[in-house]
Design a protein around this ligand. Sequence first.
Ligand code: 6SG
Length: 208
Amino acid sequence: MGPYTITYFGVRGRCGAIRIMMADQGQEWKEILIDFADWMKGDLKASCVFGQLPKFEDGGLVLYQSNAILRHLGRNHDAYGKDGKEAAHIDMMCDGIEDLRLKYGKMIYQEYDTGKDPYIKDLPNHLDKFEAVMAKNKTGFLVGDKPSFADYNLFDVLLNHLVLCSSCLDTFPSLKSFVEKMSARPKIKAFLDSDAYKKLPINGNGKQ
Ligand code: 6SG
């Protein structure tokens, strides 16, 4: 497997979870950051299967779609459950995280000024679902007893939401402890403290 390469815009965005997962799994990867002017030339866009980034390369394998990339890393690094039943639950959680990520993206990119406050007000009605799963599993992870790609995905989305609203996990003890423990994993901590991570804004329009 590998070496891995990410081609994406200079944001955390849809590569936040992928990068955190690679860091925690002890992987090194190459970053190709594309600026807006280069993207607008259109050649790279035309070469992408869905006309969008991120693009991910694992040796000769070229992948698009951030969740497909996470699943691929899950298979490569034994982070996709211990059997088919766990894998199915991990898929289910990842799809639930995608629903929240899409709602967040819509608010950030399309209606930040009018939508931010109602979004924060409604947020507990989404976070409580993840809290319930996390509390029920009791291992500190969504499924099974070690991190899966869904955990890295949830962790990234929760970090973004803590920037949006620093108190958003105060009523969700299992999620709060999950974020604290994931943040303290040595390789994740080193990555989150790195300039490579800190220099990137969360979103492409500067809102957060
Ligand atoms: C945008 O939506 O970064 N890809 C985005 N935008 C460029 O021409 N389902 C897939 C997946 O999960 C979604 C891909 C995603 O992988 S991500 C893309 O390729 C396009 O469609 C959010 C992000 N935005 C960065 C960005 C938006 C505005 C300024 C910077 C890039 C530069 C200008 C427009 C796009 Fe830009």
